[in-house]
Ligand binder design. Structure first.
Ligand SMILES: Cc1cc2nc3c(=O)[nH]c(=O)nc-3n(C[C@H](O)[C@H](O)[C@H](O)COP(=O)(O)OP(=O)(O)OC[C@H]3O[C@@H](n4cnc5c(N)ncnc54)[C@H](O)[C@@H]3O)c2cc1C
Length: 380
């Protein structure tokens, strides 16, 4: 079979046809792969970079604080700097390609991508990452880089004064807990195993920190929760089948937003929301709290207001209280004059006008129970 290789350096094939071969193929365009490119290119090594993306895992994080020369830099910004450095060199690149097969032939390697492209190289650098093992529980993927972390050395400083859960029972988990013990306010060590598997020396060190560390052996993680950022985890006792919520990380995003400056009458809703958010609780009736607890689908409430409307703050405060109470509800105040495209889109003729999940909700200021009933109707 004649292989259609994509190559750059000449080599005579058996049939007298010209075949080409790279000195070096680098697999992976994360920090390691891009660094390898720079070193190879500076030595004028005939190089090809093949990667699914350019930037790697660093693109998943918002904050990097341990890269020398930058006190703080966003992951994507740092990777843009890496890319600029790579771009200086005229090396071949196949970005968006994934290597599916790598074979050693006599003196060369053959590489096959998922889309069927074939390459050959004298040397291959594999920089395709050490993969962290996910828990595969609901919420995990969504909150990676939003305080769900797989690297305590990288991220421990972000948890200063916070409550942190470390999942695992072996050496890595215990080392992570030791990294965190001087920084976090509390550590929960959770694992499905009934006994700890870490080396005795690590177990001894952690036991000295008993005041700060709470152990949850024989527990599994059921869910990782948080709207914009990690807020808590639900764990289940494997013997008793009881679940428990652990509030971790501490900062909570209640999903409350003011679109437009809340001046005029709307100053009231701003102040009242600041008070509610700082208390972390909304003064709703027990009946309303019961009904809200049964909501299990995302609901986005938009309250359109004008600054001269005396009835609008009541509607805004009510929507924000619901968002404060429920994990599933987010709430926006929208100042109609400042967002005419939204006002037109939702045909706002009178205020307050409440839109729920992009559809018409209702118009006018309603008392708590009637407001909540309308929201619940929209959730069906
Ligand atoms: C959320 C998060 C936050 C982090 N924060 C920090 C931090 O603050 N400080 C810090 O020092 N570290 C941090 N890290 C760790 C850091 O991102 C990694 O250590 C670093 O990215 C490893 O670089 P790498 O090039 O080895 O691998 P990666 O960055 O994983 O890059 C691997 C590359 O290989 C490609 N690839 C994989 N398989 C194939 C294939 N078959 N074919 C082609 N291409 C392939 C991938 O697409 C990717 O481009 C963080 C990691 C995460 C996930």
């Amino acid at each position: 079979m004649e292989l259609d290789f994509v190559l750059s350096k000449e080599e005579k094939g058996p049939a007298g046809k010209t075949k080409l071969i790279y000195d070096l193929v680098i697999i992976g365009g994360g920090p390691a792969g891009m660094t390898a490119v720079v070193y190879a290119a500076r030595k004028k090594i005939n190089t090809l970079l093949i990667s699914k993306d350019l930037g790697g895992q660093v693109l998943w994080t918002t904050e990097v604080e341990n890269y020398m020369g930058y006190q703080y830099i966003e992951g994507s910004q740092l990777m843009n700097k890496f890319k600029e450095q790579v771009r200086q060199f005229p090396i071949d690149q196949e970005i968006g390609e994934e290597i599916e097969k790598l074979d050693k032939e006599e003196k060369t390697f053959s590489l096959l991508t998922r889309t069927g492209k074939k390459f050959r190289a004298k040397t291959v650098v594999i920089a395709s990452r050490k993969r962290s093992r996910p828990l595969n529980v609901p919420g995990e993927k969504r909150l990676i880089g939003r305080r769900v972390s797989y690297c305590s050395i990288c991220d421990a400083p972000f948890f200063e004064g916070k409550e942190v859960a470390v999942i695992g029972a072996g050496n890595s988990a215990f080392e992570a807990a030791l990294d965190l013990v001087k920084i976090a306010s509390k550590i929960y060590l959770v694992d499905i195993a009934a006994t700890w598997k870490a080396d005795p020396i690590l177990v001894e060190q952690i036991e000295k920190e008993k005041k700060k560390v709470t152990f949850f052996p024989a527990h599994r993680i059921k869910e990782i929760e948080g709207k914009g950022k990690l807020e808590g985890i639900t764990i289940e006792n494997l013997n008793r089948k009881e679940t428990k919520h652990l509030s971790v990380e501490g900062e909570k995003d209640y999903g409350i937003i003011f679109f437009g400056i809340p001046g005029g009458y709307e100053f009231n809703s701003l102040v009242s929301s600041i008070i509610d958010v700082s208390r972390g609780a909304a003064d709703l009736s027990p009946e309303s709290k019961d009904k809200i607890g049964k909501i299990n689908k995302p609901l986005h409430i938009q309250v359109f207001v004008t600054l001269t409307c005396p009835y609008c703050p009541g509607a805004v405060q009510m929507a924000h209280k619901l968002a404060l109470e429920s994990e599933y509800i987010t709430s926006d105040m929208v100042e109609s004059a400042e967002f005419p495209h939204l006002t037109n889109k939702y045909r706002v003729m009178g205020v307050p006008k409440v839109i729920i999940n992009e559809k018409f909700g209702f118009e006018g200021a309603l008392p708590e129970s009637a407001f909540l009933d309308e929201v619940i109707k929209a959730s069906r």
